[in-house]
Design a binder for this molecule. Structure first.
Ligand code: HEM
Length: 467
């Protein structure tokens, strides 16, 4: 009997499979696969057969009930030329060691301290944005603004440092070049090896060189200081390295990889979420007013503190709705260790790549009312939450690799929003159509040009009206 190849739902082109569609039209392609209504959809990338898991039950399987059988896929190795061996690219004992070193820096008491720095940075950056916009009267690229505020917050909270204006903007330029190159490598059927001296590779290497030098300076400066003098994530990472290898055998490469990974993971994702939040504020002015009223009532003119966050439920729901519709980590994959036989009998062979996509599941019409509509109130209704499948919303993944900074990111989102709505109004230039760019993170396509106007206080407006 000749061997019959299993049916592939989306075979794509010979040799390439769907690599080109994933590079150029990923969201439509994934939506098409999801619209088949099948729980598991098979497709090719190059010669490899991959599987899209298109049901929250299967997301639960990957990240909870069968998580031991689902490891990070080989696609994460493609990030290593830039990110090296850090939490996002590792599995096994090395991952566990790094995670146990970093985890304590994100517990409640540390988050409480970090909140003050976040609020201060948000306040200063938003005030600078409003001042510049008022003086220059030019539209502002809100992606640039989001990048600079999130990088500033990451550096202040986790590394207790601040970069000068010029250095900060050079750093995010370099980050942009490096990340864009990694994105190209991520989906390519046959990624070009980095040693090939193409113009793009040379540009990429210059960018990575700049980032590495800056991060190494930060590390070396700290290593020289007495241990324990500063209490932050950088200190925990250095101490972890000393505990592992001894004071005289510090592995600089490992320190560089760990710090760089956190810097990238923490600012790129939040940048995308803040950019989308600004777009949603501009498109849904009624929500701007609700958030502003909430922030003014709870905070007045004060900076937000850790204990205030629980009193800003509308801002939290708004940020959650942004993460539902525009999940920064829009898709990520795992590899089966052993064959997995699903409940309906579908066989997923050992070593298969399985794609899980918040962008797809969080807009799935079987699990969400009005899935494409922007409605933060859905996160406030307890009855709706009960109807919702617990794995229909997973912007931070779940299980052992759940985002290390999930609580940090939620705090940061709410704090930045509460500063933005109190200080200004943000209007997309008329006639602008904003497309989503599914790169390493899901971003609005740059530039995201908006006009910025200083905000009047609600009671001032009332007084002006009465007069
Ligand atoms: C809105 C913002 C964020 C989103 C949507 C997000 C999403 C995610 C997701 C989905 C993962 C799992 C990826 C995978 O396993 O393939 C992840 C992992 C990770 N995230 Fe985040 N993240 C955000 C912000 C942050 C922040 C602020 C930090 C740092 C403070 C951070 C640090 C990390 C790290 C270190 C990992 C790897 C965890 C591990 O495997 O142990 N993230 N994130």
């Amino acid at each position: 009997m000749p061997h019959k190849s299993p049916h592939i739902d989306f075979p794509g082109q010979p040799l390439l499979g769907n690599a080109n569609r994933l590079l150029n039209d990923a969201l439509n392609f994934m939506s098409e696969m999801s619209n088949t209504g099948k729980k598991v959809v098979s497709f090719k990338i190059g010669r490899e057969t991959c599987y899209l898991y298109n049901h929250p039950d299967l997301i639960e399987r990957v990240y909870r009930s069968k998580q031991k059988n689902y490891e990070r896929s080989d696609y994460y190795d493609r990030l290593k030329p830039f990110l090296g061996e850090g939490l996002l690219t590792l599995e096994g004992p090395k991952w566990r060691q790094q995670r146990s070193v970093a985890q304590p820096s994100f517990k409640g008491s540390c988050l409480k301290e970090m909140t003050d720095q976040m609020a201060l940075s948000a306040d200063q950056n938003v005030k600078a944005l409003i001042n510049n916009a008022t003086n220059n009267k030019h539209p502002v690229d809100m992606i640039e603004f989001s990048l600079s505020i999130t990088l500033d917050i990451a550096l202040r909270t986790m590394f207790t440092t601040q970069l000068k204006e010029g250095v900060l903007s050079k750093l995010y330029d370099a980050m942009t070049v490096a990340l864009r190159e990694m994105e190209k490598k991520l989906w390519s059927a046959l990624p070009l090896p980095m040693w090939l001296p193409t113009k793009r590779h040379r540009r990429y290497k210059r960018a990575v060189g700049y980032i590495d030098e800056l991060v190494l300076d930060l590390i070396n400066e700290r290593v020289k200081r007495p241990r324990g003098e500063t209490n932050d994530l950088l200190e925990a990472i250095i101490q972890g390295e000393i505990d592992l290898n001894g004071k005289n055998n510090i592995d600089q490469q490992s320190l560089l990889d760990q710090v760089k990974l956190i810097l990238v993971a923490s600012h790129e994702t939040v940048t995308s979420s803040i950019s989308w939040s600004l777009l949603c504020l501009s498109k849904h002015p009624e929500w701007h007013t609700k958030l502003k009223t909430e922030a003014e009532t709870v905070l007045g003119d004060n900076l937000a503190g850790f204990d205030d966050i629980a009193n800003l439920p509308l801002s939290k729901a708004f940020f959650e709705e942004v993460l539902r519709l525009y999940p920064a980590a829009w898709s990520f994959s795992r590899k089966t260790i052993d064959e997995d036989v699903l409940d309906d009998g579908t066989v997923i062979p050992a070593g298969s790549t399985v794609v899980t996509a918040p962008y797809i599941i969080q807009r799935h019409p079987d699990f969400w009312h009005n899935p494409e509509g922007f409605d933060p109130a859905r996160f406030l209704k307890s009855d709706d939450k009960l109807q919702q499948h617990p794995f229909a919303f997973f912007p931070f993944a779940a299980g052992k690799h759940v985002c290390l900074g999930n609580r940090f990111a939620m705090l940061e989102g709410v704090i930045i929003l509460s500063s933005l709505v109190r200080a200004g109004e943000y209007h997309l230039l008329p006639g602008t159509h904003v497309e989503a760019e599914p790169a390493m993170t899901l971003r609005p396509k740059a530039p995201l040009l908006m006009t910025v106007h200083p905000q009047q206080k609600i009671d001032q407006k009332k007084q002006a009206g009465a007069a």
